[in-house]
Design a protein around this ligand. Structure first.
Ligand code: NI
Length: 272
């Protein structure tokens, strides 16, 4: 069993075909999907999808792209949504100094506001960091002691930066571009990071892995990411699937332990 730990099922391409998208995922053994909120409205949609489909978990978040519209009412809305016990994490949140859909100042303010909410509610955070490695690291450093846990979504740093987040107990989420031969840093991180701290994600409908590059991405394609990581690490797809599935339940706030797919055969052998 595989889990896509980061998809945007509320995006029209996926939302309008959701049953078919989830069925195609199931056929590839992708049995769970975490759908990630990026605004108050998107977060609400993600929560609705998770309520309707038992194989979907939802997060509530406010992406830096939309920071300039994040007035007090919308921040309150995020906090209210995030109090729902079904919420698996607070994210995605962070900084994007590549696209600059919002100016720098509101991005920094929103990021701090979101980290306050996550700290208060005891929710792990999902971090978007695009060309903002230093600023993201410095702000997380301030909040680090108060945070319950962290996931570096679509990790885009090098191995040196990866090690810093691993030292904090954070998880590194590996997206489809690990299948591109040009992704040197990402492939190095996927090879060197401890397997119990790696998550697999699609970021669907974006970042489609190599065999389908150019098409829209969907949760079923997380399988290609898993296969590539197995190849890079010279291990089996089964092992990658088993450990990264366990990792999702350690990284996110997900209580349904029975969905783990049974005990781990290697660590839970029956007594002789
Ligand atoms: Ni995303």
């Amino acid at each position: 069993m595989l889990i896509d730990s980061h998809a945007h099922l509320d995006e029209p391409y996926l939302r309008d075909n959701l049953s078919a998208v989830l069925e195609r995922a199931r056929l590839e053994d992708v049995k769970k999907v975490v759908t990630i909120g990026v605004t108050p409205a998107s977060s609400r949609k993600c929560m609705e999808i998770a309520a309707r489909y038992p194989e979907v978990y939802a997060t509530v978040g406010y992406h830096p792209h939309w920071a300039k519209g994040a007035g007090p009412e919308r921040l309150t809305e995020i906090e209210t949504l995030a109090r729902d016990p079904a919420v698996a994490a607070l994210g995605e949140i962070g900084l994007d100094f590549h696209h600059f859909h919002s100016p720098r100042k509101p991005q920094l303010e929103l990021f701090r506001n979101m980290l306050e909410i996550a700290s208060t509610l005891g929710l792990p955070v999902i971090i978007h960091d695009r060309k903002a490695h230093e600023e993201v690291y410095d702000i997380l450093f301030e909040f680090r002691a108060r945070l319950t846990g962290g996931i570096m979504h679509c990790f885009s740093g090098n191995w040196d930066l990866a090690r810093k987040y691993l030292d904090w107990g954070f998880f590194l989420s590996i997206p489809g571009p690990v299948t591109y031969s040009s992704s040197h840093d990402l492939r190095e991180v996927a090879q060197k990071a401890p397997l119990d701290r790696i998550l697999l994600e699609t970021d669907a409908p974006y970042l489609t892995p190599a065999p389908h590059r150019g098409k829209k991405n969907e949760p079923a394609f997380v399988r290609y990411t898993a296969m590539e990581i197995a190849r890079i690490r010279n291990t089996s797809l089964e092992k990658i699937a088993r450990v990264t599935t366990e990792n999702v339940f350690n990284a996110f706030r997900i209580q349904e332990l029975e969905t783990r797919g049974g005990p781990d055969p290697e660590t839970h052998r029956p007594e002789p």
